[in-house]
Structure formats: structure tokens, C-alpha cells
Design a protein around this ligand. Structure first.
Ligand SMILES: [Zn+2]
Ligand SMILES: [Zn+2]
Length: 264
């Protein structure tokens, strides 16, 4: 049984419509998907976030009816940069009764690079020390954001490292931030928040998930972070085999903001 808790449609930066996402999920034999379009607070006005997410929710509600007997469609949102504009974030969170809310950081307010990290060319910009400082800022901001609001799933922890390493060839050992990662994981575990296995960044999931398990964390979700229908459920087998090897017996998806356990 595959449940994928993180994906985007044309209602944010995805390439597929919700219709295409649902049809494809059914074709692939996926049991459930959560649609989690972006609501990044840094771009709240410029990306017409309120109306866009409102429209996305209406489409999700229609999809839930249309495919009721074939696919579980869950209503989610990926809330980015909560601390940048909490009052706007609260408006988004108040739009509907979501099944799940993801917490993300996409932009670190570092003087040198003040744009989302997926648009920074780290390949020959900045010394290793500056990249490490950037990651420190990232983890500090993430830790503060985790404290700031009520959400269900911590999305793609350590994500900038994935861009630095896989896209720009700048290797940074993510475990050099282990004390900070542990601090964040402890908060997540104590609060009953799930940790997302983001299958777009496999290389780092394993170390962090092993640490999470050793600390007693058991709530885990799969997030393909698909931006087009082809990638729904991506990396599920790898996710399952690693988790089983680690000792996990279940993974989760969310309905009405409650984790639902699925045997691995
Ligand atoms: Zn994200
Ligand atoms: Zn995403």
C-alpha cells in the first residue's frame, strides 16, 4: 500500500493538474495521495497565495468526490517560511480543515544569498566555510520554525545540502550538524510530528532516519515531492527497505490531521 504525502500541481510550481495526478496515482496502484501545494510566506502577495491555495482546496474537494471509490485524496499544504509572515500563514492554515500540514524552509535569509536555495548556484560561489555557515543558519531557522506553529510533518530536513552536493558538487557532510539535527528531531518526537522521507533527496534520508529511529522516533511519511505525475510514489521501495532494515515496522499518512499507520 503506497501513500504519498507530498506533491505539487499547477496550483504552485508543479507541471500536472490535480486531475492528472489522481489518474496517474490510480494507474500506479497508489492507495492515497496528499496534494500539498506551496504557500511560501516570502512570496505571499507576489504569488497570490491566499486565492491560489483557496482554489487548490476547491479542486481537492472535487477530486475527493470524483475518485472516492478509487483513491484517497488528502488535502494538504506545504507551508514555507512560517516565521516570515505568521499572520498570513495563519490565514492559509485557517482556509480549511486540512488532512495534513507540511512545514518547510525554502529560503534562508543569508546576506550572501537571499533567494530560495534551489535557485542558488553553489557550484563556484562561496567558500566551504560560507556554505557551512549557511547550513547553520538553515538549521537555526528550522529549529525556531518548528517551535512556532502547529503542523504534522517536517518536510525535507537538511534540504539545502542536497542542492549543494547533488546539483553543485559541493560536498558537505550533513552529520557535522548532528547536535542541531538531534535538537530538532527531539522536538519533533516530543510533539508527535512526523519526519518526512523526501525521495528527491535519498542520500541524506538514511543517516537522519537512522538517528531519528535511535532517538525513539517512529512517525514517518513518504514524500515524493513530485512536481509532475510521473514521480508520484517515487522511491517507495527504497524507502520501505531502508526503514525495515532500520527497525521501523510502519509508516504513516495523515487524515484529519491524525497519523494513520501502514505496515511496511
Ligand atoms: Zn519543499
Ligand atoms: Zn514540496
Amino acid at each position: 500500500m503506497i501513500y504519498d504525502c507530498h506533491m505539487h500541481t499547477v496550483n504552485s510550481d508543479g507541471k500536472s493538474t490535480i486531475y492528472q495526478m489522481c489518474e496517474s496515482a490510480i494507474e500506479k496502484g497508489v492507495s492515497g495521495i496528499a496534494i500539498t501545494d506551496h504557500a511560501d510566506m516570502n512570496f505571499y502577495e507576489s504569488r497570490d497565495t491566499y486565492n491560489r491555495i483557496k482554489g487548490a482546496i476547491a479542486q481537492i474537494r472535487q477530486a475527493q468526490e470524483k475518485w472516492a471509490d478509487k483513491l484517497e485524496v488528502h488535502c494538504g499544504v506545504e507551508l514555507g517560511e512560517y516565521l516570515y509572515e505568521p499572520s498570513s500563514a495563519k490565514k492559509i492554515l485557517g482556509l480549511t480543515d486540512y488532512d495534513q500540514v507540511l512545514c518547510s524552509i525554502h529560503l534562508v535569509p543569508a546576506a550572501r544569498w537571499e533567494k530560495p536555495y534551489n535557485r542558488i548556484d553553489f557550484s563556484n560561489d562561496g567558500t566551504d566555510e560560507e556554505l557551512i555557515d549557511y547550513m547553520r543558519l538553515y538549521f537555526d531557522l528550522l529549529s525556531e520554525t518548528v517551535d512556532a506553529f502547529d503542523f504534522d510533518i517536517l518536510a525535507h530536513i537538511a534540504c539545502p545540502v542536497r542542492y549543494m552536493t547533488t546539483r553543485h558538487g559541493r560536498y558537505i557532510d550533513v552529520m557535522r550538524f548532528e547536535p542541531k539535527i538531534k535538537e530538532i528531531l527531539k522536538k519533533v518526537i516530543d510533539r508527535g510530528i512526523a519526519l518526512e522521507w523526501n525521495s528527491a533527496g535519498l542520500r541524506f534520508n538514511e543517516e537522519i532516519f537512522a538517528l531519528y529511529y535511535s532517538m525513539g522516533g517512529r512517525l514517518v511519511t513518504l514524500g515524493s515531492d513530485a512536481h509532475s505525475y510521473e514521480n508520484i510514489g517515487r522511491g517507495f521501495e527504497q524507502f520501505r527497505s531502508f526503514l525495515k532494515e532500520c527497525g521501523f515496522t510502519h509508516y504513516h499518512y495523515y487524515k484529519n490531521r491524525q497519523p494513520q499507520a501502514v505496515e511496511l
